[in-house]
Write a protein that binds this ligand. Sequence first.
Ligand SMILES: C[S@@+](CC[C@H](N)C(=O)[O-])C[C@H]1O[C@@H](n2cnc3c(N)ncnc32)[C@H](O)[C@@H]1O
Length: 430
Amino acid sequence: MKPPARRPRSGPSRPAPAARPRNPTRSAALALVGAVLDRHRGLEEALDALPPAEARDRAAAHRIAAAVLRRLGSLDAVLEPLLRREPPPEVRNALRIGAAELLLLETPPHAAVASCVDLVPRPFAGLVNAVLRRVAEQGPAALEELDGERLDTPGWLWTAWHGAYGPAVRAIARAHRAPAPLDLSLLPGTEWPEGAERLPTGTARFPAGTRITELPVFAAGRAWAQDAAAALPARLLAVRPGERVADLCAAPGGKTAQLAAAGARVVAVERDGTRLQRLRENLARLGLEAELVQADAALWNPGERFDAILLDAPCSATGTIRRHPDVPHLKRPSDIGTLAGLQRPLLAAAARLLAPGGRLVFATCSLQPEEGEAQARTGAPGLRPDPILPAEVPGLEGALQPEGWLRTRPDLWAGQGGLDGFFIARFRAE
Ligand SMILES: C[S@@+](CC[C@H](N)C(=O)[O-])C[C@H]1O[C@@H](n2cnc3c(N)ncnc32)[C@H](O)[C@@H]1O
């Protein structure tokens, strides 16, 4: 392979280092909001793409951008009467950032207004200044008057969740307003981390805003971030040491880690090479081992059958909105049918890979019944239901459905910080 060309150490062609913007946090927040709302890119991807001059402001910029994305409908409703005509997208996003800081993030008004004025081209400075001053004065009362839960939820999702969960749609929408706590799964035998709440299902929970990299248990390579609900599918597969287990759709590997930590001989299958590499790094950090395969799990033919299979299928991720507030702005109604269409052959392929009597757990982090209940109802040839029992899900007995499927929602465990929306069904090979 040709060695990469060396850059001259100096000279006219050397790019000038990017100037640090006057207000790097807000400037980064503006880039994040624009990436999601105007260019339809994921928030994580946009964070990774921040220029080096702004990368150090990631956490603060993410906090601001997430507040805008969570409460977009409400913020726009407060701004609406204060705008005579539609401003350019970047100016509108700066106004949204200013309004979020004033109304949601408790930034002192002079700082919020001045820093947002700095974000926009000079001809719009007066407008932003005037509008945000009025937001500071009138915004809190205006916000109180709004039906925020409804405004902050895209109509198609509201309708779908109302159809599936009835009046609980409001509690779901309310749960999406707050940042989620930090949940950790621990390697077996790890001392309980100081400051963590022990959830009934075994997850260690820290308050929202906790920085994982500052936790000794994480630095020691004994824990990984995993929502309490996301930890359930692998637990419900109940693997035993030495069992041969396939984790289909495995990256970034939270569930692979659980299965490997339980002593199973795991093969992790993932289609995306970059994500597979991340899985490899995550396992290495935890000192865990699994066989890694880059393949389309719907077509994968390993020439063996497995004692247990976990299928954490790709889905719309509408159960993870608390952690990924970009999801409602990026997904479209048509995505649900498309994804459900991908999940079916994956479930059928998983069924074909099971040894006689083997267990299969099917999971999606979606609140859409098409990606959960409907898939389980259809099942796949060779599978019979293996209902989940109340004793297996302490604290979540009420989330069990008559069929023995588990349906978690972000409004459950509301007093303890909620949990992601997951659908989990277990089967056995006939
Ligand atoms: C919901 S995520 C899995 C999360 C993972 N199980 C964990 O706990 O960390 C779904 C993953 O499936 C992968 N994927 C999607 N379609 C796939 C396919 N046909 N075969 C294998 N992997 C696939 C995606 O790249 C993504 O990494």
